[in-house]
Design a protein around this ligand. Structure first.
Ligand SMILES: C[S@@+](CC[C@H](N)C(=O)[O-])C[C@H]1O[C@@H](n2cnc3c(N)ncnc32)[C@H](O)[C@@H]1O
Length: 327
């Protein structure tokens, strides 16, 4: 999932939130979502409806995906608005039990070089796993900078790089994989998968194709996912990992959902494990990673994620694994 817009305090109004989503996140990514967001930003009637929902449920990405799931016409704002007014009760009820939890397999193209720095065999544990599609870095194929394809999967994850990326010559040996999520999605459940697909924005056809291919791969060997909170569940799940493999914890696009205090407690939990930790998170998510970033970050790095191993930064990455700029 793309990173959610931060939940505003009650004082921040929906005009600001939806304008920022439309002009910031959606522009250049989805013309439909940009138009819808800017439409809502200037529409007191729709805002009054949204204000009847709990604060975290008013976020643009959730409202738009839920609406599409329920059949909203994907196009100009006017027909969408009419549909939303008519179907608002259903949208609010559906959003009540939905969360934005986009799962992006292409992030494995960023994780792979970090995994290659760790001696295997590997026991892989993802925190905030969604449907677990990032738990299969050994089942996908890769091509960096249009170079030779590594792996024989039909899903080839492409990434463009700068710097001396330690691209491995072989895929990692993963002998155990498991994940924890507040609300795990089941690759064998058609309703869960339809939601995951709807979380991909309307015009992002490549992402949709990649998602469907990754789901198919995961369906052949569904991941072991448990429902639980990052802070309280990670140690118990780690205890299930085999002793004769290197335990690797991965967090990818999840720490933004934790408060600063929760992130601190989570980091303490992970440091206490006999494990390596690969994080792929937005800037500032982990203070120790942030403080170790190179002083002069390359230009154009705003909005990038930071790939780190044991809280030591390795690279900036595109948020969906599309670029990898090694330090
Ligand atoms: C943006 S998705 C990322 C999924 C996957 N890591 C990826 O990179 O594709 C974030 C996931 O974190 C989960 N999540 C959020 N807060 C959590 C928490 N406190 N504990 C466990 N999972 C959490 C959400 O349910 C969601 O599935």
């Amino acid at each position: 999932m793309s990173k959610p817009a931060p939940a505003p305090q009650n004082g921040r109004d929906l005009t600001e939130w939806y304008t920022s989503f439309g002009e910031g996140e959606a522009r250049g990514q989805s013309a439909v979502y940009e138009e819808w967001a800017l439409g809502v930003a200037g529409d007191p009637g729709i805002q009054a409806l949204l204000m009847t929902m709990p604060l975290q449920k008013r976020q643009p990405n959730l409202i738009f995906a839920t609406s599409r799931l329920l059949g909203a016409p994907v196009g100009a704002y006017g027909p969408f608005r009419d549909w939303l007014v008519e179907n608002f009760a259903a949208v609010a009820a559906e959003a009540e039990h939905r969360m934005t939890q986009t799962n992006e397999a292409r992030r494995c193209a960023s994780l792979l070089p970090a995994l290659a720095l760790i001696d295997g065999p590997i026991a892989l544990l993802e925190v905030g796993a969604s449907a677990g599609l990032c738990l299969y870095p050994d089942r996908y194929a890769y091509s960096y900078d249009d170079g030779p394809v590594l792996g024989d999967s039909r899903l080839v994850l492409e990434s463009s790089t700068t710097g001396a990326v330690p691209i491995p010559e072989a895929l990692p040996e993963i002998v155990w994989r498991a994940g924890v999520d507040l609300h795990p999605l089941d690759v064998l459940d058609p309703d869960d998968m339809r939601w995951l697909e709807t979380l991909v924005w309307p015009e992002q056809h490549d992402r949709r194709e990649r998602l469907l291919a990754a789901i198919e791969i995961a369906q052949t060997d569904p991941p072991h996912l448990v429902a639980g909170d990052a802070v309280t569940a990670v140690a118990a799940l780690a205890a299930e990992a085999p002793d004769d493999a290197t335990l690797v914890i991965i967090t990818s696009g999840v720490l933004v959902y934790l408060t600063a205090a929760e992130r601190t407690r989570f980091a303490e939990q992970v440091r206490a494990l006999d494990a390596r930790w690969i994080s792929l998170e937005g800037r500032g998510a982990l203070p120790d990673v942030e403080s170790r970033l190179p002083e002069v970050a390359p230009a154009g790095m705003a909005g990038r994620f930071v790939l780190a191993l044991d809280e030591h930064p390795l690279a900036f990455t595109g948020p969906h694994g599309q670029t990898l700029d090694w330090f």
